[in-house]
Design a protein. Structure first.
Length: 283
């Protein structure tokens, strides 16, 4: 169980996402079957913009929990939802035996106007966490940002929100991806001084193609250290060399984190079981 995992010094977990097209679901379940062979402590499942794929998130989380017998964590965003929407998803998860969620605000959906965004029912993830802990029996975790949330005015204000999430009942944090462990260590030290006592899980995303730097990484607001930038410049035009170099970089990150006592690792595996297996073997 996830609650038992939190008592350990180390863990390994993965994140997957629902496919955009319904006819791709068979492959999604094959991906999960392959990931299950790596014996993760849990697998988290992302949520579509504005909850647009919430039923698919529930379906995949149920497969993880009930078929694969691995703890599932369902992401839940609130930016485009009202109270009934949230309760409906919470009840759907409960029926499937999924008891743990990652509570997020979520990005503004493309079809949401600025006026609608400004008047949303749940302005922040803290509002969702409060609502879930007051109205459901779900175990709630939250996100954190080693280099601060892109919209935060400072790292201190961002950590203050993190403390608020903990005070509202968040049982653990999963970090946004980062590529310089020094940034993460400084962040954990500041969180500790601010009174964060629940586990912080380090989010690691292997960069296996140079284009990820210009897409996923940019959206996440993560900085790219010179060492990783040099790898992309050197191997960016050679896909297999880039892939291997990116995996090696992620493995080095994880080994260093574990050496420094940061044993809880969450791999953003991008639905790539082969890559994930290579990382696990290297560890």
């Amino acid at each position: 169980m996830l609650n038992e995992m939190l008592q350990k010094d180390s863990s390994l977990s993965f994140e997957v996402f629902p496919p955009k097209k319904d006819d791709e679901f068979d492959n999604c379940f094959k991906v999960l079957d392959s990931l299950s062979e790596l014996s993760p402590d849990f697998i988290s499942v992302t949520y579509g913009a504005g909850g647009s794929r919430s039923k698919k998130t529930v379906e995949i989380a149920s497969y993880i929990q009930n078929t694969l017998k691995i703890d599932a964590m369902a992401h839940m965003t609130c930016v485009g939802s009202n109270e009934n929407d949230i309760l409906t998803v919470a009840n759907d998860l409960k029926k499937e035996g999924v008891s743990h969620v990652l509570a997020l605000r979520g990005d503004k959906p493309r079809d949401m106007s600025e006026e609608q965004f400004a008047q949303r029912i749940f302005p922040h993830a803290t509002d969702l966490i409060r609502f879930l802990n007051s109205n459901t029996s779900l175990d709630v975790s939250a996100s954190c940002y080693p280099e601060k949330h892109p919209e935060a005015i400072s790292i201190d204000s961002d950590i203050a929100f993190m403390k608020m999430k903990q005070d509202m009942g968040a049982k653990m944090f999963i970090s946004q991806l980062f590529f310089d462990n020094a940034d993460y260590y400084r962040f954990v030290e500041r969180a500790d001084r601010a009174g964060i006592v629940v586990p912080i899980v380090a989010g690691i995303m292997p960069i296996t193609s140079a284009k990820q730097i210009g897409s996923t990484v940019t959206l996440a607001g993560s900085s790219v250290p010179k060492k990783l930038a040099d790898i992309c410049a050197r191997y960016g035009e050679s896909p297999e060399d880039m892939r291997q170099a990116g995996i090696a970089y992620a493995v080095d990150q994880i080994k260093d984190l574990r050496k420094c006592g940061m044993g809880h690792i969450h791999i953003y595996c991008m639905n790539k079981p082969k890559m994930t297996a290579e990382i696990c073997r290297a560890l």
